[in-house]
Design a protein around this ligand. Structure first.
Ligand code: PLP
Length: 423
């Protein structure tokens, strides 16, 4: 038995680098240089005669997702806030949020002055379920946020049935699911609003950035104003030298506008997205063949209604006891050392996350009273705990190389497992 790399042995993979993310080339540089030379670095600046890049990107992103409307914003976090504000979420309201996700959806609810109500997730996918969403509803529920986590899609049929019956709008957080499709439609297009992040690590990256998509023209008008200090695009074309935003004042906004430089990067990146999806699936198929042969491991399941997933973090489930009593964090360290690649367990569920500390900010502390806190995080999160203890994740960039890379992942899992089996 060869020694584990964490114990000083030779790693499974030591002679080849992993692909780099993000992917860029001379065309990316040209787009950014053109944006710089235009002198127009923000939507809020006189037009150079062409449509703003953030507006062009919004149109392209709407088209990609088969929806009529999209508003570009500066972060996925802002997209969540704008979506909730467009739906008129405010003080006294509750919003259902899955316990297993990045902290941003919860923060966005608090920023509206509303109470996030954390609900449990499916232990095999980390996504909220129809039952967990139903259990989180109350007469105060103003919206439900669902997150399509990692490389899967939440059960949109079941969850939409629950939210529609309750008459509550669904916000789809697609920050980890660009391009995933559910029964013929793009995720984000099934709920009232879909939100995206284009942060550096996401499947579509622009450094920082986000977007809100919707089919509803009223939500579109509101979202535009919420992100541009109560201004929206004019109805007419804008000649050079004139502002491409007009004061509308139907709803008070703030500034969450996407920079023109980020939009330039995104305009370069978007046409590459589908080929990257196909590439990742090719390598993932190799990996899944290897996992099936190895036994005891399987990919995080994808519901059959999702005819395309989007791999943001690839997740591998392992059976209880595979690594003896060793916790997932230590297993992940050992596998990472074999691969020279960051492999990690899911984040801690938000109910016990160090990032969720509303009492440290006065504005949030007012919401996070003893009663509020009990309503927000006082449930059973055993599904989330199970998920956190039985999955290993790695970043999608690792799937953009040679399909033979998959064999290294399988070999590393086998080596670490066999080591622990021998103990
Ligand atoms: C990344 C992410 C966000 C936040 O996006 P930012 O652009 O970093 O603000 C929100 N929700 C989920 C699920 C994410 O993964």
């Amino acid at each position: 038995m060869s020694r584990l790399a964490v114990l000083g042995g030779t790693p499974v993979r030591h002679d080849r680098a992993w692909p780099r993310w993000p992917q860029h080339d001379a065309a990316t540089e040209q787009e950014v240089v053109a944006a710089i030379r235009s002198g127009r670095w923000a939507i809020s600046w006189p037009s150079d005669g062409a449509k703003a890049r953030e507006r062009r990107f919004a149109e392209e992103w709407a088209r990609y997702n088969d929806v009529p409307y999209c508003v570009s914003v500066d972060h996925g976090s802002s997209a969540l806030l704008v979506a909730l504000e467009a739906l008129d979420v405010g003080p006294g309201d509750e919003v259902v949020v899955p316990a297993m996700t990045w902290v941003a959806p919860v923060t966005a609810v608090l920023r509206c002055g509303a109470l996030p109500v954390l609900v449990d997730v499916d232990p095999r996918t980390g996504c909220a379920t129809a039952e967990s969403v139903r259990a989180g509803l109350s007469e105060r529920t103003k919206a439900v946020i669902v997150v399509h986590l990692g490389a899967t899609v939440a059960d949109l049929d079941g969850i939409l049935a629950v939210t529609e019956q309750a008459g509550v709008p669904l916000v789809e957080d697609c920050a980890q699911a660009h391009g995933a499709r559910w029964r013929g439609r793009a995720v984000g297009a099934l709920g009232a609003v879909g939100v995206f992040s284009f942060q550096n690590g996401k499947v579509l990256a622009g450094g920082e950035g986000g977007a809100v998509i919707t089919k509803d023209v009223e939500l579109y008008r509101r979202a535009q104003q919420l992100r541009a200090d109560s201004r929206r695009y004019p109805d007419e074309e804008v000649p050079a030298g004139v502002m491409e935003l007009i004061e509308a004042g139907e709803v008070m906004g703030a500034n969450y506008c996407m920079s023109e430089l980020s939009a330039a990067v995104l305009l370069d990146q978007l046409p590459r997205l589908d080929a990257q999806h196909r590439h990742r699936e090719k390598v993932a198929a190799e990996l899944e063949r290897g996992l099936a042969e190895l036994g005891g491991f399987e990919p995080i399941p994808v519901p059959p209604q999702a005819e395309r997933r989007s791999i943001y973090e690839y997740g591998i489930l392992f059976e209880e006891g595979t690594f003896g009593a060793v916790p997932a964090t230590r297993v992940a360290e050992a596998v990472s050392a074999e691969l020279g690649l960051a492999v990690y367990p899911p984040d801690a569920p938000l109910n016990r996350s160090l990032m969720l500390r509303p009492h440290t900010k006065r504005r949030f502390a007012e919401i996070w009273t003893a009663e509020g806190r009990a309503r927000a995080v006082g449930r059973d999160y055993s599904g989330a705990e199970k998920f956190a203890e039985s999955a290993l994740l790695f970043h999608h960039g690792a799937l953009l190389g040679d399909p033979a890379d998959a064999a290294d992942v399988v070999a590393a899992l086998a080596k670490v497992r066999d080591h622990h089996a021998e103990l």
